[in-house]
Design a protein around this ligand. Structure first.
Ligand code: HEM
Length: 354
């Protein structure tokens, strides 16, 4: 028994001694470690060729070619601010804005109702959109809507979908959303440039557009049904066009910064781009809730134009009177030119016979 106690006390004693010896060693090993790091650094610059690469291949610590500005910072504490701004502020505010916009157009439909033609259709058609215009519009619409859907899934999916489906399925869906968003995003930028080049000319604001704005497009209030004058695009469409171009450019640029993190972007740059991207995309989505409402339900005859390329004369006269007059004047001019050509053709044989 005595032997046992003696052994136990000897073990405790040796443990305590070891502990007492290693604590100061540990404290001095920190500067020693730093010193080792410096030596390795010095060696790294001194060692040339084979020896250096031998060390790299051996997985030796400290042999890196990384020039990244944040190299060595493992935990980025300011990232917490980004997390709070994104998750606690922007994400709920965005949900309120999107549901708010949808609720607003639903209310518009119930209270004001769709804008119907005030005269019967004539059955005569006017060419409004070319095949290229329509292809561009529907490509943009498809790209934008699917990007909006996958983007919203990335932000809100964890709240609305994840708790209700199996984990594996959730993982698959969110992986698909992420890949789709990353790869299709740049196509939005390309389409945006095409839209700008194709439609900028008819989207320049003129004096007539201010009157259209003052009368709220003849959609509500005391001017309801008054059909203020408009060119090919009315003031609302022009505003939407520039919103798409300007805010869309911000979405595309910030998206590219996030998509290609190989140009020395720091974590701060990525966080800022993420917030800007989200905010700009939310503004666009809300803006286009109104556009889609008008196109699908809010205005009789508008969708027809973007589907077939042609609109009824009554629609053209009521919604875009200045454009309609232009088209008519052009048709009259063409008619005159054709008549003159026919006259000349008809006169020639007479001239020859006489
Ligand atoms: C279901 C979705 C959509 C529908 C039903 C729709 C419908 C329409 C219609 C009917 C027009 C022609 C208006 C007119 O003739 O005056 C139009 C024009 C246009 N749409 Fe859409 N659209 C949709 C989505 C989008 C999206 C997602 C975008 C872009 C992100 C977009 C951008 C445009 C632009 C730039 C114009 C030309 C406006 C102008 O300057 O005259 N559309 N759309």
């Amino acid at each position: 028994m005595f032997e046992l106690i003696k052994r136990a006390s000897l073990s405790v004693l040796s443990f305590m001694t070891a502990l007492l010896l290693t604590v100061p060693l540990l404290t001095v090993s920190v500067p020693a470690h730093a010193e080792q790091g410096k030596v390795a650094e010095r060696e790294m610059t001194q060692l040339a060729g084979t020896e250096f690469w031998q060390n790299v291949r051996a997985g030796e610590e400290g042999y890196t070619t990384s020039q990244f500005p944040e190299h060595g910072v493992l935990i980025s504490t300011p990232g917490q601010t980004w997390y709070i701004l994104k998750e606690k502020w922007m994400s709920p505010a965005g949900a309120v804005a999107i549901f708010g916009s949808i609720a607003f157009v639903t209310l518009m439909y119930i209270v004001i109702g769709p804008l119907m033609l005030s005269a019967p259709r004539t059955g005569r058609k006017v060419k409004r959109w070319s095949r290229l215009d329509r292809a561009l519009h529907w490509s943009m619409a498809f790209t934008f809507l699917t990007l909006a859907f996958s983007g919203l899934m990335l932000v809100y999916g964890k709240h609305f979908l994840k708790p209700y489906i199996p984990t594996d399925l959730w993982g698959f869906i969110i992986m698909l959303a992420k890949q789709y968003h990353n790869y299709i995003g740049p196509i939005f930028g390309v389409l945006l440039v095409c839209v700008l080049l194709k439609w900028w000319r008819k989207s320049i604001f003129k004096k007539v557009d201010f009157v259209w704005f003052m009368k709220l497009g003849g959609m509500v209030g005391k001017h309801k049904g008054s059909h203020p004058s408009a060119e090919f695009s009315n003031a609302g469409e022009k505003a939407l066009f520039w919103l798409l171009i300007i805010v869309g450019a911000v979405v595309a640029a910030s998206g590219l910064i996030l998509d290609f993190p190989i140009f020395g972007q720091t974590r701060r740059d990525m966080e800022l781009s993420n917030l800007v991207h989200m905010l700009a995309a939310l503004v666009l989505i809300c803006g286009f809730v109104f556009h889609i409402y008008i196109g699908l339900f809010g205005m009789e005859g508008a969708l027809e134009g973007m589907v077939t390329g042609e609109v009824d004369e009554t629609w053209a006269k009521e919604h875009h009177d200045l454009w309609y007059e232009e088209v008519k004047a052009e048709q009259a001019n063409q008619g005159e030119t054709v008549a003159k050509k026919d006259e000349v053709k008809g006169a020639k044989p007479n001239e020859q016979t006489s």
